[in-house]
Design a protein around this ligand. Structure first.
Ligand code: ARG
Length: 275
């Protein structure tokens, strides 16, 4: 991940506000990416569990402070990526970010829609490995409750939604081109869950990173073109109405042979239940 950080810093950044979220992202210069997300606009009413994680103090107000995504899994519980709560992104420990918020029920970041709810507590998965990206999740506790209809169920281990070939949607406000074109409107892209063998082949370790089936899953399209990208991290991957993944990492965005890698939500379920 250090390699990625350096690369991203060397890149000119049009949006200084979101610069800090970018480092954790792309192993390849953005210009090398042909197409990215390949998604379509959605209204948050269709996916009310999708929230933006924001800090205007840290990232400025041009995107309401959005720097990562999150998924509502309980009225006061949001999952995001552990790396979103890392020092490289936040510039210090999460407790130092005074205005850490979740923006809920808002499609367009700059509209006044929905609610901004302060984050009361941040718990980073103690098993998170920042070097290899294993166990990339954090649990945010909100200061106010969201309605139950915003909550999405987490798919536990053995859920058929994890089967290779399953069609899934990934949601976010991230880069739509791989060149720093951050959207202010929520988008989704359709991708398919791949087998662990395919994911391992794509990411055998070394330069491209290592796929670890226990805490990760991967999804994409053989021809590329549809994927999550920078700024989508922590956001939901949903299949069969259940949460199966959180946007975590990938090599470039939407490149054939380099699927998106997600935090496997069944591992989150296992760890949260203390098993
Ligand atoms: N780590 C990125 C972020 O911080 C997400 C990268 C996802 N990349 C991908 N090709 N699916 O926003």
């Amino acid at each position: 991940m250090r390699r990625l950080f350096v690369r991203a810093l060397a890149r000119p950044l049009a949006l200084a506000a979101t610069a800090a979220a970018i480092p954790l992202v792309s192993a390849v210069p953005a210009a090398a990416d042909s197409v990215v997300v390949g998604g379509f606009p959605v209204d948050v009413a269709q996916s009310p569990w999708t929230v933006a994680v924001s800090s205007r103090d840290r990232f400025g107000g041009t995107r309401a402070g959005q720097f990562c995504g999150g998924a509502v899994v309980g009225p006061t519980t949001v999952l995001t990526a552990a790396h979103c709560m890392g020092e490289e992104v936040l510039g210090g420990p999460p407790a130092k970010v005074r205005d850490l918020k979740v923006v809920a029920e808002r499609t367009h970041l700059l509209s006044g829609e929905g609610r901004e709810i302060p984050v009361r507590e941040v718990r980073v998965n103690p098993a998170y490995d920042a070097a290899g990206n294993a166990g990339d999740f954090a649990v945010l506790t909100l200061a106010e409750a969201l309605p139950q209809q915003d909550v999405i169920a987490m798919a536990a281990a053995g859920d058929p939604a994890y089967a290779p070939g399953t069609s899934a949607l990934v949601y976010g406000w991230g880069d739509t081109s791989g060149a720093g074109d951050y959207t202010t409107g929520l988008r989704a892209a359709r991708v398919h869950v791949l087998s662990d063998a395919q994911c391992r082949r794509a990411y055998p370790g070394g330069e491209e990173g290592a796929y670890l089936a226990e805490s990760m899953l991967c999804a994409g399209e053989t021809q590329g073109g549809r994927d999550a990208c920078q700024g989508d991290s922590g956001g939901p991957l949903v299949a069969g109405g259940r949460l199966i993944g959180l946007v975590s990492w990938g090599s470039g965005c939407g490149r054939p042979g380099s699927p998106g890698v997600y935090t496997r939500v069944s591992d989150v379920v296992t760890r949260l239940s203390g098993a």
